[in-house]
Unconditional design. Structure first.
Length: 376
């Protein structure tokens, strides 16, 4: 029985009493359901026709997106090409607040674009790094990164908090980290997770870009097998995308004070460590930032996020970007797991983009303003 594991990401994390989400091919359900009944495992069918749900998101696109960029729709999912066009457009039309650059090229040769957002108010400013879409199928991530930029540009004049943020800080925003995988999730396999690098021995593609960082690389929660979803790669930073971002962060480590990475799904706000059960040195500052951020998020629609160290709140995983950022001197490192908790999973409907991004925005602003106050 071949199933695609949605939650948790690795079979090692499946223990008695946990809820597990799996996707099964249509013809497999006939064999799987009797098997679950025999084993006395309770199950619920959350979505009976995934194909239909996918087509609702990606079909009929032409009439929705081909409006001018000034009428860009932030409440639908966008292909890589559309997102990159949008970035170029902002770079041209908002040159006072936006500067676009590339940190390198992906395995398939695509540019790795980043938007630097902020007022050029003084030569040296602290910065916040935000990336989305390390895992290709988590489409709500890139949608949030775009939403953040939109909010920054639209409310800069009217919202004192946003003005303060953009005056005192730079934001480096990478809407799609895993560009090859994201493109592939639009064209070939909606539920693709990894990068698209080739493995000659196994004919399997891709590495989990969130297990490929040089921090306790390929230990617990990562796999050595190239066909697994959590494959750590042949060596740390083997993926050009990871290597390029790591190089950029290393170069700017004195400037960058916060690292925020957006994933889906679980409704959690996680901080280090991911690879071990141990309290970080600046726990009090980070913990209070997380507590306040989660409360701010809940104030919008009552959606509750769990928060805490990734290892004990979600599961142990090694080689993650968040742990790496923290270990490399970025004091505030967070990973968001956005909506939902499994009903729609990776297929979060477009009608939920706006509420999800609205509440997440409150949390991010909260963390950013916390950063500007000295915490001891």
């Amino acid at each position: 029985l071949q199933v695609d594991l949605w939650q948790p990401s690795s079979p090692f994390h499946i223990v008695e009493g946990t809820v597990t989400d799996v996707r099964v091919p249509q013809n497999t359900t006939r064999n799987l359901l009797p098997y679950l009944q025999q084993a006395n495992i309770q199950y619920t069918i959350l979505m009976s026709d995934l194909q239909k749900a996918i087509e609702n998101q990606t079909g009929l696109r032409s009439y929705r997106t081909r409006r001018s960029l000034s009428g860009y729709n932030y409440e639908v999912y966008h292909s890589l090409e559309e997102i990159q066009d949008w970035m170029h457009h902002l770079n041209r039309t908002h040159s006072d607040l936006v500067h676009m650059f590339s940190v390198g090229k992906s395995y398939e040769g695509r540019p790795l674009y980043v938007l630097k957002v902020g007022k050029r108010s003084r030569p040296y400013k602290k910065a916040v790094w935000i990336d989305c879409g390390i895992h290709a199928r988590e489409w709500i991530g890139p949608a949030f990164c775009q939403w953040f930029v939109k909010e920054a540009l639209q409310t800069y004049q009217t919202d004192p908090a946003m003005r303060k943020m953009l005056t005192q800080l730079y934001f480096y925003i990478m809407p799609v980290f895993n560009v090859d995988g994201y493109h592939f999730s639009w064209t070939n396999d909606r539920f693709w997770r990894k990068t698209r690098s080739k493995n000659t021995r196994f004919h399997c593609h891709g590495v989990d870009a969130n297990r490929n960082w040089k921090v306790k690389w390929c230990d617990e929660g990562a796999s050595f097998h190239p066909c697994d979803d959590t494959y750590c790669g042949p060596f740390p930073e083997s993926e050009p995308e990871v290597k390029a971002v790591a190089h950029f962060l290393r170069k700017h480590r004195k400037q960058i004070k916060a690292y925020l990475s957006f994933h889906a799904y679980a409704q959690m706000l996680l901080y280090p460590y991911s690879y071990k059960y141990e309290t970080i040195p600046n726990f009090n500052c980070v913990e209070s930032a997380a507590y306040n951020a989660v409360n701010a998020l809940q104030s919008a629609y009552g959606v509750r996020y769990r928060y805490g160290p990734a290892s004990s709140t979600l599961y142990v995983s090694s080689g993650s970007s968040m742990d790496w950022a923290y270990k490399n001197g970025i004091p505030y490192a967070f990973a968001f797991e956005l909506r939902d908790t499994g009903h729609f999973g990776f297929l979060l409907p477009e009608m939920l983009i706006k509420p999800t991004c609205t509440e997440t925005m409150l949390a991010v602003k909260n963390i950013t303003l916390h950063l500007l106050k000295k915490c001891h």
